[in-house]
Design a protein around this ligand. Structure first.
Ligand code: 5GP
Ligand code: MN
Length: 350
């Protein structure tokens, strides 16, 4: 069952940990449950081995994940860049989790590259950044980075009972959020991981409530508003999209994480197989993309939205007028579907 990790990877990882004294743990910009879950699990795992480490994220994480941040607080680069630059300089190992390319950490990238520290990447996205890491543990078959990290820790510890709940809990949360509560990218190994973790005493009802039942009233009302007024369905492409403007964010007292899961909403409609969420930000538009058939939103995002991700879940950014996102999305779909016409196989971005 533990076929995701080979002995060389586990030994290589252990050797790097054993020879390091100051470890920096990082994840991607706009951190989600898998990002926060994997960095916290790694920090707590290293702590259980008597190894010191610090977590740094490029920008803040959503409120609903705060319960995971219960030890030394996670440091946020945007809030205190100089402190983090010094930390990067003095660290001897950097562990990067849940992203494939170093540019996913934005401004932090330059300081990671400047540091003399060795670098490890543990991730489940396609195309890992082979040039910038000393060790890469990457697999796109797992549900989440948290699942891959679980298999790595289990390989090192050999028995589930040796994994502390302070490690098992964030791993479970990251897997649960990346799979949208066991609905995407789960396979038998994912359920085995979940079953193993429950055997360590993790309280799944409590986590279920914290992660999926702890939203604010304003977030529920915003969801009602976008479903009623903002969801657009483009029937000819089997696609749907939602836009959330700055004005609406102000009206509904929007905070980071409030739009979590919104991108999946159009996919509940029978005819919709491709979905997008566009959120207006300062100087850019955040793009979230999902699909439920063989349409690769990873390629679609790389081609049209300055981003990437997985085949069925991707993201990116746009630098256009917010009023134009709908027509931009429709044109991008048009191009993808046109490429299909007359072709024997799938088009480039499918
Ligand atoms: P989400 O829609 O949840 O923000 O992101 C979905 C997936 O796309 C995640 O796996 C995430 O890592 C990836 N992703 C999101 N934004 C970007 C981006 O700007 N660039 C790249 N390369 N991937 C992204
Ligand atoms: Mn992930």
């Amino acid at each position: 069952m533990n076929g995701y990790i080979n002995a060389l990877e586990a030994e290589g990882f252990k050797a790097l940990i054993d020879s390091s004294r100051n470890i920096l743990i990082i994840s991607h910009t706009n951190p989600d449950g898998d990002a926060v879950g994997s960095v916290v699990a790694m920090r707590n795992y290293l702590q259980s081995k008597g190894v010191f480490s610090t977590i740094v994220l490029p920008n803040d994480y959503p409120d609903y994940l705060e319960f995971l941040d219960d030890r030394e607080k996670i440091l946020i680069y945007k809030k205190d860049p100089q402190k983090i630059i010094n930390l990067a300089d003095s660290s001897d190992l950097i562990i990067a989790l849940d992203f494939n390319q170093l540019q996913r950490v934005d401004e932090l990238e330059a300081h990671i590259l400047d540091s003399g520290a060795k670098r490890v990447l543990i991730d489940h996205h396609p195309s890992p950044d082979c040039d910038n890491f000393n060790l890469i543990i990457s697999n796109t078959d797992v549900s989440s980075t948290c699942e891959l990290l679980y298999w790595l820790i289990l390989t090192l510890e050999e028995e589930v009972s040796k994994i502390d709940t302070s490690v098992a809990t964030p791993l479970y949360v990251g897997m649960m959020t990346d799979t949208n509560n066991f609905s995407n990218s789960v396979n038998s190994a994912t359920f085995k991981m979940a079953s193993d973790i429950l055997s360590t005493g993790v309280d799944k009802e409590s986590l279920q409530h914290k992660v999926f039942g702890g939203f604010s009233q304003k977030r529920m009302r915003l969801m009602g508003h976008i479903l009623l007024n903002k969801m657009v369905i483009i029937e000819k492409f089997g696609a749907g999209y939602i836009t959330i403007s700055k004005e609406e964010q102000k009206l509904y007292d929007f905070s980071e994480g409030d739009a979590e899961g919104f991108v999946n909403l159009p996919l509940n409609i029978k005819e919709v197989n491709i979905s997008a969420l566009f959120t207006e930000r300062d100087g850019q538009i955040r793009v979230s993309l999902r699909s439920v058939d063989d349409f690769s939103v990873n390629k679609f995002s790389r081609l049209h939205f300055n981003g990437g991700g997985h085949e069925r879940a991707a993201g990116g950014k746009l630098f256009i007028n917010f009023d134009e996102v709908g027509s931009f999305f429709e044109r991008a779909l048009e191009q993808s579907f046109q490429k299909c016409k007359g072709a024997d196989g799938p088009a480039e971005e499918r």
